[in-house]
Each structure stands twice: as C-alpha cells, then as structure tokens.
Design a protein around this ligand. Structure first.
Ligand code: 2HG
Ligand code: ZN
Length: 438
C-alpha cells in the first residue's frame, strides 16, 4: 500500500523494486556496507520528495537518503531494510551570480564546478570523487576536500538551503534574513548532520573568482621538517591545498598510473598556490633546499595531482580497505604511520590527507588511513585518540563509527534532542550518527 502510494507520486519507473535495479543502491561503492531495501525511490522534484516523506512519516517507514553513493562510512545504504530515497534526480543547477550558485541536492560536484567555471569562478570544496559526489551528501557530511586549508569545509560555503523535514514539510530557506527575519543559526545545524535532522533539497553556495596564476609543487619532506614545512606553506596568502602522503602511497599511485613516481620520501607534500600575480616565487622560498618538482604550467600541475587523486582507487584495487577518516594534530603526524602500523601487524597501511588549521587556529590534518588486511578497528581508533586526534574528520560518523560516538554522549545530547523534535518517529537515517538509545 505504501509503495503503491509512493509510486503514484514519483511514477512507477522511479519506484524501483526489481532486485537488479535496486542492487547498486544497496551497497556502498567500497563493497564493505551492504543492505537490502524494499524499494529505491527517486523523486524528481522537491514536491515529490515532500510527498514521499509525508507518506513514509505517516506509515512510520524508515528511509535512508542517498546522493552519489560515494560515502565511506555506511551512512547512505539500507543496512536495516530502510527504503532508499535517492536524490539523484534533484540535479538542477543555476548560476545566480558570479558569487552564488544554486544547486539541487543531486547535482554532482563536477557539474557545479563547470557551472562556476562558466562565470570564471571556482568552488571551495573539491575532491577526486567530483563526478559522482552530490551536493546534498557533501553538505550532510560537511565534506572538506583538498582546498579545506583555503576555504574550509562544505558548511562554510553554504549561503542558504532548502530542506524537507521528516513529516514532509518543506522549508525553502533556512537563512531567512531581513527586518522580520533576523539571520538565525538553523542552517549551521545542517552541515555534518548526516541526514538525520532533515533532507537537503537544494542549497545556495558561494563561488569566487578564480585567480589567474597557479603553482603546484610536490616536495620531499623528511619527517623532522614536516611540521615546519606545513606551517610555512600554510602561511602563504596564496595557499590553496596542502596534501600529505608518503612513499608507499606515491608508489601505489604510480603503479596504477603506469608511470614512475616523481619523488619518494618519509612524507611528500603536494602544495598548490593560486594568486593573480605569480605565486611560484613565494612558494619556492618556503620550500628552500627540499627536493621538489614545481609546476607553473596548469597541465604539468595536473600531472602531479594525478599521483594524489589515484590513491582511493589504487587502494581499492588491492582489496576492500578498512577506511579511517581521522583528524590528527600536526604534532602527531610524524608518529601516526608507525603507531598505526604497529597496531595492525597483519595489515598494509596507507596514509594520506589534507593539512589545514582548525577554526581555533590549531594546525591539524584530515587523514585517510586505509588498511588492507586484518585490522582491529578499535586499536586504530585508540592510536588516533592517544595522538590527541579524533575519530572522524570529513566523511562523517555514519554507521561505521556510531559506537565510538557513544563516548561523546554529552556533545551529542543537543543534536539528539533536535532529532527527537524534528523526527519524532526516527524515520530519517535511523542507523546513522546517533547511537540507538539516543
Ligand atoms: C580523499 O581525500 C577522499 O582522497 C577519500 O576523502 C579518502 O579514500 C579515502 O579514504
Ligand atoms: Zn579527503
């Protein structure tokens, strides 16, 4: 009955019950998280999304919201038999001005970048998954990506958002401003809420003119100089990206690309600077005597980036990785590889990530530790906490880390209270982020 009502709303072609059609929505792209769903629902408009959620709310039917299915923490697949609501068809894109783009939740990052590019602008969040990752999911996880040092994460780009609540009500603008509607903070709850409070339907995001000149450097960094190098490049006004990886990672990328690695060392930093005047001189000064390959020609710069962007796929070729997306203070960077390796004697460890400064100014890094082989996940989390880090950085808590979030019950209490009020039947992503008894 519920499904036929839903099919009447979205059309039978967009209520997928055939197991073959559902299959790609039931497993995450890494193959680690797999569930089953009675159907995949693909609303084609905000009105349809509202109507679908109203029906699910009425029936007490849990849903999992899915965008490009590029998530890495099991937050977008129906692990408990939920209905999948795919926002993939909500892909509208409109350039409002040279500073503002409006995107449907299902628009891919790549399409948003093209839209920004059409007015000579760029968008502040970028990741190798750009052709699949969707704006709604990136907001829900507060994705950081490779330019986080410059622009901050997804939440910092949000100018406005329209959401649909669990009962189907549509709030077209969370950022109402003006004499009768002073700006309020509802929108700040959205980034990182992982779809448990509301479903993002569309968002207005900030874009900015692209600087004319670019310099990209891949730099060999001995462990003892890592912190000072990162602080040095991080202080450049032109800094756009500080990516960290090391010998095992660059070799992995090189073998996938069929090329030889340009450099290899304890650590490699891939640094990008952009400004209207040439940023290469200032960058070279900070790099000093460290061995480096520097590109000022954008196409050579892109060649260097290939070695960084090949890592996720490279690891997946070796097997289904255990993925840890963690935040580590710079002071812990030198120890992280050795400490994690010691904690997983039967695993092969790969480490890469993005360096930046926390809002409070503390230098930190979002690190992606990928391990192939036998892994005691809790031992890895313990290592990270012992280094003063935290167990989640930019991919979300999802289902994978919920049990660890339980340790932060006091921090989660306000979020849980919001959830109870906005989604009293707990139908939105019920197995995500919050522990079950919250
Ligand atoms: C990256 O920065 C992405 O490469 C994916 O966040 C990380 O595959 C991963 O673990
Ligand atoms: Zn990342």
């Amino acid at each position: 009955m519920l499904l036929s009502d839903i099919a009447t709303v979205v059309g039978f072609d967009h209520c997928l019950t055939d197991p073959d059609l559902r299959a790609a929505y039931e497993v995450d792209w890494t193959g680690r998280y797999r569930g089953l769903s009675p159907a995949v629902i693909r609303p084609g408009s905000v009105d349809e999304l509202s109507a679908v959620l109203a029906l699910c709310h009425g029936a007490g039917q849990p849903v999992v919201v899915q965008g490009g299915n590029t998530g890495m923490v099991g937050g977008g697949v129906p692990l408990r038999g939920e209905l999948v609501v795919s926002v993939g068809r909500l892909g509208n894109l409109q350039v409002v001005s040279e500073r503002r783009v409006r995107a449907g939740a299902g628009a891919t990052l790549g399409r948003l970048q093209q839209a920004a590019d059409s007015v000579g602008a760029g968008f502040g969040v970028d990741t190798a998954a750009r052709d699949s990752a969707t704006i709604g999911g990136m907001i829900a996880t507060n994705a950081g990506g490779i330019n986080v040092v410059r622009f901050g994460p997804m939440g910092d780009q949000l100018l406005d958002a329209g959401v649909v609540l669990a009962d189907g009500s549509y709030l077209p603008s969370l950022r109402q401003t003006g004499p009768d509607h002073p700006a309020h903070g509802l929108i700040d709850l959205l980034a990182g809420s992982e779809g448990i409070l509301a479903v993002v339907a569309h968002a207005d995001l900030t874009i900015a003119p692209d600087p004319a000149a670019v310099a990209v450097a891949m730099i060999e960094v001995p462990a003892a100089r890592l912190q000072s190098l990162v602080a040095g490049v991080g202080g450049l006004p032109s800094i756009y990206a500080i990516e960290l990886f090391g010998g095992p990672e660059v070799e992995l990328a090189a073998s996938g690309l069929g090329r030889s690695a340009p450099l290899s060392a304890d650590w490699l930093a891939l640094v990008e600077c952009r400004s209207d005047d040439d940023p290469a001189g200032a960058l070279a000064e900070v790099v000093g005597d460290l061995p480096a390959v520097v590109a000022t020609n954008p196409s050579v710069g892109r060649e260097l980036w290939l070695f960084r962007e090949a890592l996720t796929e490279g690891v997946s070729r070796l097997g289904i990785p255990h993925k840890f997306d963690v935040r580590v203070p710079h002071a812990g960077l030198n120890d992280v590889r050795a400490s994690v390796t010691a904690a997983v004697p039967n695993g092969t460890v790969f480490v890469w990530g993005h360096a930046f400064s926390n809002r409070d100014g503390h230098p930190t890094a979002n690190l992606h530790i990928n391990i192939i082989g036998e892994v005691d996940d809790e031992a890895v989390f313990d290592v990270i906490e012992n280094l003063g880090g935290s167990i989640a950085a930019e991919h979300g808590i999802g289902t994978a880390k919920r049990h660890r979030a339980d340790r932060a019950r006091d921090d989660l209490a306000a979020l849980a209270e919001m959830k109870r009020r906005l989604d009293p039947k707990r139908i939105l992503n019920p197995a995500v982020l919050l522990p079950d008894d919250f």
